[in-house]
Design a protein around this ligand. Sequence first.
Ligand code: CP
Length: 363
Amino acid sequence: MHDGLSVMHGSTKGRAERYGVSMDHTFPPAASDRFPGGRLAFPHRDLTGIGHLERHEILYLLHEAQQWVELNRRSAKHAGLLSGLTIINAFFEASTRTLLSFEIAGKRLGADVVNMHAAQSSVKKGETLIDTAITLNAMRADAIVIRHGSSGATQLIADKVDCPVLNAGDGSHEHPTQALLDALALREALVRRGEDSEDFTGLTVTICGDILHSRVARSNILCLTAMGANVRVCSPPALMPAGVAAMGATPFLDFDEALAGTDVVMMLRLQTERMAGQFIPSAREYHHLYGLTSARLQQAAPDALVMHPGPMNRGVEIDSDVADMLDRSIVTQQVEMGVAIRMACLDVLTRTARGVEGWENEA
Ligand code: CP
């Protein structure tokens, strides 16, 4: 399963072949020399953010995920790679997509998967995050997936445990697997349209919503710019973080200006659970200025793609007729790619523990 790295063909073969994206769902993808050998392809124990990843490391995870896209489309979806391993999903915040897809990913790879919901745990009795981490570590987990409301919580836990830690979203900091699945979904949508490019060079992506509080925005800015996209971010002034330009994104306060000619529109919800005080006058006013309607979408490039990480607040940041546009919206494809990306991350990060050849040494 891991001997295949897709071949970087010449332009005649097109984007699909270069990424091992098979239009006819062949499996597994072809071998290649695109990435550094062995553990150098991804020399990290943990996945705490996109910010510390090199471009080729992002591409490697996307490449590795492709085989799981193919597997997940089959009726028999199991691979036994992680048989005998224990993965703990420790979620201190609510989740549907991320929790379920990490659980499905671990199970499809053959691991024993245990979900810890903070609401039913000893966190409710006052146990600290660090004591919780030490407890999970003592149970000899082989990987711990963490979602937490505090920025930096994942790194704090990673520093205390002996196994790989994967960030499933920490406060307003990062949500790295979301950005990776978004990149995979976007790339597949472009391939299906016959667009032939190695990465997102030349593509303009507009991210609109609560940029200030959004870990999805942060991880996506880092991921998309690393892959060569021009990234615009748009929000009301109170929800635009300082320093966004330093991350490589261009800030806009006017949604119509931000949309002009864009190839991809990624809408984000208002993160009211992270807001202390009133950041917008009203949901109605917000929709008027920043909601994606079918009329407003016409200002983007013809056939511009629409993305949303979910959960969506229909009628606030996005109208239903846009969210459900079969030829433009790739929201459900984003969810599909979430399982494949999380399978790839769990596989790659547990290779050292599993003694996979070439992955023995710490970088
Ligand atoms: N996109 C996302 O993280 O969704 P959940 O909160 O449902 O996991």
